[in-house]
Design a protein around this ligand. Structure first.
Ligand SMILES: [Zn+2]
Length: 254
């Protein structure tokens, strides 16, 4: 069974003690990964991981938390990094929950990155949190790269319909396994199977029964199994269709 974790941060320090061993294990288990940058440094690290490991693919972008430092120079450097083989721009978006950067900076950085994705003809990996839904949708309608994923989708995002209408995929992660998250499981039926992606957000958001521990991309299997249970389909089918969806969205030969 091959699996595709569309959102992980394997370059983060949590993986320093055993990164190589873990990646070997991912290869052995047939797990592909999009490693996602959150600033220029982690975007560079994502590209390096992708260059060293054929099962890892890089996304380069600046997270809304870091949007306050997004200058014209950042934009130039990001464009140069993307040209080195990134499969997506991201993660980028709006976070009005933690508000770690001023909203004006978040809007500016997000819009600039959407334009980069549109110019390069690659998808965008979108982070959305807090009361930013309507504004984010409005921005996507104005500057839509045409393809992308709303990552870590949750009931707080409302109905997936508006995002689907704009051509986006929906990323489902560990929270779908949480006992109290029946609302997220109920949303699964609103997502056409050809728009469904699975992810871990490693090292964060570990699925049951690993809550409180470090997450890793092999655990995407537990996300697949829970989705399969809800949709009453064989886990193998969910694994395969989400693998193919990811391969098509990110235009990866795998
Ligand atoms: Zn992330």
């Amino acid at each position: 069974m091959r699996l595709f974790d569309t959102h992980a941060h394997l370059d983060f320090p949590q993986f320093d003690p055993d990164r190589d061993r873990l990646i070997e294990e991912l290869v052995r288990q047939g797990v592909h990964v999009v490693n996602v940058g959150v600033d220029l440094e982690t975007s560079r690290a994502s590209l390096e991981l992708a260059r060293a490991h054929p099962h890892i693919h890089a996304a380069c972008g600046v997270h809304p938390h870091d949007a306050r430092d997004f200058t014209d120079m950042t934009l130039k450097e990001l464009a140069a990094l993307l040209a080195r083989g990134a499969v997506a721009v991201g993660e980028c978006g709006l976070d009005y929950y933690r508000d770690l950067s001023p909203r004006e900076d978040q809007r500016r950085a997000f819009r600039a990155q959407l334009e980069l994705a549109r110019e390069r003809g690659i998808p965008v990996i979108v982070h959305l949190r807090g009361g930013a839904r309507d504004e984010l949708l409005e921005t996507l309608r104005e500057v839509n790269p045409g393809r992308g994923v709303i990552h870590a989708f949750s009931p707080a995002h409302g109905s997936p319909r508006d995002f689907l209408d704009l051509g986006f995929h929906i990323g489902i992660g560990g929270p779908v396994t949480y006992r109290k998250n029946a609302a997220l499981r109920a949303l699964l039926r609103e997502i056409p199977l050809e728009r469904l992606l699975v992810e871990t957000d490693s090292p964060y958001l570990p699925p049951e029964p690993h809550r409180g521990k470090r997450n890793d991309p092999a655990k995407v299997r537990l996300v697949v199994e829970r989705i399969a249970e809800v949709l009453r389909l064989p886990p193998r089918d969910i694994a395969e269709l989400t693998f193919r969806n990811a391969r098509a969205l990110f235009r990866i030969d795998a």
